[in-house]
Design a protein around this ligand. Sequence first.
Ligand SMILES: *Cc1c(COP(=O)(O)O)cnc(C)c1O
Length: 392
Amino acid sequence: MSSLFPTFARYPITLVKGKGSRLWDDQGKEYLDFMTGIAVTSLGHVPERVKNAVAEQLDELWHVSNLFYTPNQEKAAKLLTDNSCADAVFFCNSGAEANEAAIKIARRYHQKVLGNGRYEIVTFTQSFHGRTLATLTATGQDKVKEGFLPLPVGFVHTPLNDIEALKAVITDKTAAIMLELIQAEGGIIEADPQFVRDVRELCDREGILLILDEIQTGMGRTGKLFAYEHYGVEPDIFTLAKGIGSGFPIGAMLAKAPLIPAFNAGSHGSTFSGTPIATAAVIATIETMLIEQAPQRAAESGKLLIDSLRSALGELPNVVDVRGRGLIVGIECTGPVANIVAALQERGLLVITAGPNVLRLLPNLLIAEEEITEAVSILASVLSEQLTAAAN
Ligand SMILES: *Cc1c(COP(=O)(O)O)cnc(C)c1O
């Protein structure tokens, strides 16, 4: 009997060890990891450089609060701003907190810097932004809201890729539009590039901030360091978490220079924000990504993965679509995929779902060609066996 809240529907597997693309359970069974703890261990398990950086920091200093400067936090922030369109970083401890900070800074910018009292945040149907009260309200899926009423006011949802519908919900109270360039939890659904450019233009015209939730797409996963680089637009604010610490819990809200005065001393905070250990992990993760050219590798491996999946699964009548960008890939099936995930686990391949009918593949960004071939072959045989089983 577990002493934990049953908040997670766990698979019947107890994992005890990981290295690179491989995981082992307590029975000694080996798995090929195509989910990376939900897009977190982007350099694979126990990456050497990150391990050493954290080990060295463990000997020096763990925590002092944000009442002092620490070199790692400054350096991690500088690495992020040097490699993105942002000018300032606020560290926090999770994705939801990063989005919470994005919502807060957007409101505060309008209310305190511009003095216009705007507060409304527009988000999209099927989006996912987190589990705090504000971020679950921002999330465009009813299932995360059940039983948590009343919800905070000031959030509006509209369908993705429909610019006219978006224009129709803009009012003189609209502070920001918050967008995932690829809806991940929602089923690997990409924002149309023209739509993204139209949204940017609309924001510029109406004095609305554009917030991009890059918590899952960020840090190399889509084949660029940040997904917005594919679209030729820059956000005013964006958020990161999953892939930036190789597994150390850390999130970040990043924004451009005009937003900086909105978060002055005392306006926002967090005890654990950017600890020396967590930011050591961030520095080593980003440095490794740059040295190993992880985004470029994700672009190439992603193309190989998607092409191989399309040729191996394209003819199967239970596969509707293979889609994605870089190493965030969805396989949409004709029905629920929970039993397929279980069958894949049996065969030693770990993947997750994105909604009921979509298998989501999130391998590490340094995944080897042979490992892609191995995963595609397991997927092809499990998906065809499922057809045979359904026919009998
Ligand atoms: C995972 C995720 C979040 C929430 O992050 P947590 O660390 O679980 O709070 C928010 N937005 C997106 C797009 C995510 O993928």
